[in-house]
Write a protein that binds this ligand. Structure first.
Ligand code: PHB
Length: 388
């Protein structure tokens, strides 16, 4: 090695160690966006990306002084491809942070990889209870909800409304199973009984046989977990079978969020619970909705809010460490003590990094999920199994 090269190497090393000693990091921050851009959840992925980018734009295109470079992967909501997809981002693209995803099964594979590699992961939708339960970690955060949260609230509401006998229907995978379990817990605590639990494989939309079974059983209420394209089809089929006239259909708000234009008349009057609603009428939400509509020529939905808040969480952590995302403990400490100023209303994090938030009861009127009231105030996921 020539002296000149040796000196250059030494200088580079010295500079690198100065950087790790607390000076601001200023290079580009590589953000991996692992989301569904095809299939039944495609629109959800787009809304999350839009929301994320809107917040980054509002910060002048930089977070903590670092420009953002995006690397996008379409995860197709396919758990079988999830480990390969996330490892490509971590090992090949060397991303600094991962934002993803929508589907609970895919998110669990992502959380496992993030935990092993230490890469910061912010989940902007998938509710898999395990991600902020047994799989919880210092570097894993969620800007959305746990499957338990809106489901439990809906169970409590339906029980308090005097419904006694419920049937449930969902896709057979973690999100559906956990959503039904949360509903059952809230409903049975409030005096109801879940009689029968129906399922179809994800992402099938052949509902006819099960609708016939519901019609024959005549429960007081039907609780359904579907989202995206599947939610559009289910709500329309439920009405086409005439069931909406006799047995109220309820669910977590995913059943009617971002879907109302396509569902049209078939969703009118439906009650759902979620951590977002139309008609909140706060200055914060109004400003967000105006900016979103202006940028994307679209009305925002819950997914857009979750993407926006994922960028807010990243900004809070990154600002605290002056852009140096390798400082995991300080990054986490800043997020843990933050009050996140979300369009949904301010929220904080529980110890497992899942939002503690109000769950709203909403009712479909026209193309809106209109706020009725706060169903459960400051609902925290129990974080069962999280040791942090
Ligand atoms: C999930 O798989 O966790 C999931 C997917 C879509 C939603 C909500 C939850 O709208």
């Amino acid at each position: 090695m020539s002296t000149r090269i040796a000196r250059t190497t030494l200088t580079a090393l010295t500079l690198a160690s100065i950087a790790t000693l607390g000076h601001a990091q200023t290079g580009k921050l590589k953000v991996g966006l692992m989301l569904p851009f095809s299939g039944t959840y495609a629109a959800l992925g787009v809304a999350i990306e839009n929301g994320f980018k809107l917040q980054v734009e509002e910060k002048g295109g930089k977070l903590a002084g670092r420009e953002i470079e995006y690397v996008k992967v379409d995860d197709e909501s396919d758990p079988a491809k999830a480990t390969d997809n996330v490892n490509k981002l971590i090992k090949r693209d060397n991303v600094d942070v991962i934002i993803g995803t929508v589907h609970s099964g895919v998110a669990m594979a992502m959380a496992k990889a993030a935990k092993e590699s230490g890469t910061v992961l912010i989940v902007p939708n998938a509710g898999a209870d395990a991600v902020t339960g047994p799989m919880c970690a210092q570097n894993i955060f969620r800007s959305s909800f746990s499957n338990w949260q809106p489901a439990y609230a809906m169970g409590e509401v339906a029980g308090k409304q005097g419904k006694k006998k419920a049937m449930t229907i969902t896709w057979k995978y973690a999100a559906g199973d956990e959503s039904v379990a949360g509903f059952k817990e809230g409903f049975e605590k409030a005096g109801g009984k879940v009689d029968k639990q129906l399922t179809v494989p994800f992402p099938n939309v052949e509902f006819q046989a099960l609708l016939t079974e519901i019609a024959a059983a005549k429960p007081d209420v039907v609780y359904a977990f579907f989202a995206g394209g599947g939610a559009v089809k289910f709500v329309k089929d439920y009405a086409a079978a005439g069931l909406n006239k006799t047995i109220p259909l309820v669910g977590p708000g995913f059943l009617t969020d971002g879907t109302l234009e396509a569902q049209g008349d078939t969703a009118q009057g439906m009650q759902t619970t979620l951590h977002y609603a139309d008609g909140l009428n706060t200055p914060r939400d109004t400003a967000f909705r105006t900016a979103y509509a202006k940028s994307f020529k679209l009305q925002p939905d819950v997914y857009a809010v979750q993407g926006y808040d994922a960028a807010q969480i990243l900004n809070i952590g990154l600002t605290a460490v002056k852009g140096d995302i390798s400082k995991k403990a300080e990054f986490a400490a800043a997020v843990e003590k933050a009050k996140i100023d979300s369009p949904r209303g301010t929220f904080t994090m529980n110890k497992a990094h899942n939002p503690v938030q109000d769950i709203y009861l909403r009712k479909v009127e026209g193309n809106e999920n209109k706020l009725v009231n706060v169903a459960v105030k400051n609902l925290a996921d129990p974080a069962r199994g999280c040791k942090l």
